[in-house]
Design a protein around this ligand. Structure first.
Ligand SMILES: [Zn+2]
Length: 648
């Protein structure tokens, strides 16, 4: 009997394990063995009838998988659809611990046509083998686009024959870590030098990646960034940089010079080589975050603006982007860019990738442009996904799996005809290794895959999470390094707990105003009893790009026993702890008496986030309490963040 108790009886593995969740799945009586023969039927009249009425892009990928008896039959209109159906069968087999599968019929097709990931391989280079490994996993969850961010200040990552300095010099830097490189003057190195860090994809690498991706029906979209994020280009080819106002020496701002004919021709030449390699309909030209700071005084830019009747630098950017829109169109390709390409007027053929919130994408779509949604608050999967005390360096908000999953790309659209799909973006400033990359990518990419494929009405996070755990555990066994959902903390516990104290609801006078960028909930934020979450983003922590100095009016004279405040530090986001807090009290709000000062005894760490309650006990009576907290005069201590003032 004891032995019998140890036996584990598995039910057959059914379609309920799948990510993404299929449109429909019906169980049939009986079970099927995982070694069932797979039979593919393409283009049958019966299947054509089944997909009638679906949009073309969905019908193309649609399949019906019937697992019954000794066979698994995949019906589809196209090879791509058949591939998706076979992937579904393979997935169920992999998830089956004992090779027993539930007999079933799965009828399935995608919600959206673009289901992508973006890999930034500039900030930290990832090589061919790493990319192939990720493509394999992406295909198994029915993702169909990999966007490669190939060029940026921190390194040029693709062989271009006509401009060899891009890979002999711009692909290499003097520091392995982006962070160190960024803090030490952005120095490049030469290929082959012992202290040269970086690398690039050769054209042969790219061809191998493309062939591997094509077999899995994944499109690779190359991104060649312009005119911003191009310091590496301007350093390798100084003709592409702006000039100072006298026209005698180059100015390196990380923007290209849109007035430079050399730059214009160079990027057309580069695109020629890129187009020759990549068959994708879309070519991404970046277009984000140009500082434009040198353009107003650069004589070449000024004369370009004059010659073309452009009234400001925004229109100059728009003019520059338009040149490439026309150029790509002349080659039968389409321009894709980050939403900043809308500044100064959107080029007529341009497709927009909306990252700064959702409104730019919605606006572009209503003007008739195609859009891909990758709003940073849901889709930037490099962001912190759990307790940063445990996870280390990050920038930006708290983005757990649940938050990614709640995103609906159709939100805010009145018409989704131009909504191509969505994409999870993985920027790598703080992602130095393969392992760290995979840790951030998975399982959050699973959520992106399901959002893009499954109908909105069948999605439910509580039901999705166990499937994500299952798949994450499985890929860990294959040598991937996903974040471990078994150990997930969830949101900072303090965020869910209110604090009661004497200052709650009292008037706060800001002797130095808080930043417009991080107002939290305005003037009441520091006395509302609500504590912050893991990160400075999210509306609980109030930010000051200055010293901190407020006065709290308690309404009447009271006996006080404690005064303090909760501060957050996150050096990666340039947020430090204050040097100290100084407390003064007053009866009339005019004449203040110094009460105590207490130094912060925790040094802000180089990575991750930290939290302190800085304060002390007092024995005083007062109506007004002034709290000052000066910043450190140190690098990366630009900001102070506080979520609550505690007065007892
Ligand atoms: Zn210029």
């Amino acid at each position: 009997m004891a032995a019998a108790l140890c036996l584990v009886s598995y039910a057959q593995t059914g379609p309920d394990v799948l990510i993404p969740k299929p449109v429909s799945a019906t169980l049939l009586p009986g079970e099927t063995n995982a070694d069932a023969a797979v039979k593919t039927v393409i283009g049958s009249r019966k299947f054509k009838a089944a997909v009638k009425g679906l949009p073309d892009y969905a019908a193309k990928e649609a399949y019906r998988l019937t697992i019954k008896g000794k066979t698994a039959v995949v019906e589809a209109l196209t090879e791509e659809g058949a591939f998706r159906g076979k992937s579904t069968f393979e997935y169920m087999k992999k998830m089956s611990p004992d090779g027993r599968l539930a007999s079933c019929v799965v009828f399935d097709y995608p919600r959206l046509r673009h289901r992508g990931l973006m890999f930034d391989i500039s900030r930290h280079f990832r090589d061919k083998n790493f990319i192939l490994k990720q493509l394999e996993l992406m295909a198994s969850i029915k993702m169909n686009v990999l966007h490669l961010h190939l060029t940026d200040d921190a390194g040029w990552r693709i062989q271009i024959d006509k401009y060899p300095k891009l890979t002999k010099m711009a692909a290499w830097r003097d520091k392995a870590l982006w962070k160190d490189w960024n803090e030490t003057g952005h120095n490049y190195a030469k290929e082959g030098e012992p202290e040269a860090f970086g690398g690039y994809l050769t054209k042969d690498d790219v061809r191998e990646i493309l062939a591997f991706a094509a077999e899995r029906h994944i499109t690779i979209i190359p991104e060649i960034e312009l005119p911003g994020h191009s310091l590496e280009v301007t350093k390798a080819y100084t003709e592409t940089a702006c000039l100072d106002s006298t026209g005698s020496s180059p100015v390196f701002t990380s923007d290209l010079c849109p007035g430079s004919d050399f730059a214009l021709q160079m990027f057309k030449d580069i695109l020629d080589e890129v187009i020759e390699l990549f068959p994708s309909e879309f070519i991404h030209i970046g277009g984000d975050e140009a500082s434009k700071s040198a353009w107003g005084s650069c004589p070449r830019c000024v004369s370009r603006m004059k010659a073309n009747g452009l009234k400001d630098v925004d229109e100059l950017q728009s003019w520059f982007v338009r040149q490439f829109d026309e150029y790509l169109a002349s080659k039968g390709r389409r321009l894709l860019g980050w939403d900043e390409i809308m500044q100064g007027g959107l080029a007529p053929g341009a497709t927009v990738m909306s990252w700064r919130g959702t409104e730019h994408g919605i606006k572009a779509a209503s003007a008739g442009h195609d859009v891909v949604m990758s709003p940073e608050n849901w889709c930037y999967i490099n962001r912190n996904q759990d307790n940063p005390l445990a996870l280390g360096e990050f920038v930006g908000g708290y983005l757990p799996l649940s938050r990614v999953y709640e995103y609906n790309p159709a939100d805010g659209f009145t018409d989704t005809a131009h909504l191509l799909g969505l994409q999870g973006n993985l920027w790598t400033e703080h992602v130095p290794t393969d392992a760290n990359f995979e840790f951030k990518a998975y399982p959050r990419a699973f959520a992106i895959a399901e959002i893009g494929w499954s109908p909105q009405e069948v999605r439910d996070f509580d039901e999705f999470r166990p499937r994500a755990v299952l798949l994450a555990d499985y890929i860990r066994g294959l040598g991937y390094n996903p974040f471990d959902l078994h150990t997930e903390w969830g949101e900072r516990p303090e965020k869910g707990r209110e604090v009661s104290h004497l200052a709650r609801g009292c008037k706060v006078v800001y002797n130095i105003p808080y930043s417009d960028k991080y107002p939290a909930e305005g003037d009441e934020s520091l006395v509302n009893g609500l504590q912050g979450g893991w990160t400075y983003v999210g509306g609980r922590w109030q930010g000051f790009q200055s010293d901190f100095d407020v006065t709290v009016d308690l309404g009447k004279k009271q006996r006080l026993s404690f005064v303090g405040g909760h501060f957050l530090a996150n050096i990666g986001a340039w947020i430090g702890f204050p040097v100290k807090i100084e407390i003064q009290t007053s009866d009339d709000g005019v004449n203040f008496t110094p009460c105590f000062e207490t130094y912060c005894q925790v040094k802000a760490a180089d990575d991750g986030a930290q939290y302190v309650l800085l304060g002390d006990f007092i024995d005083a009576e007062a109506r007004y309490v002034r709290i000052k907290a000066p910043r450190y005069d140190r690098p990366y201590h630009d900001w102070l963040f506080i979520d609550e003032i505690i007065i007892k």
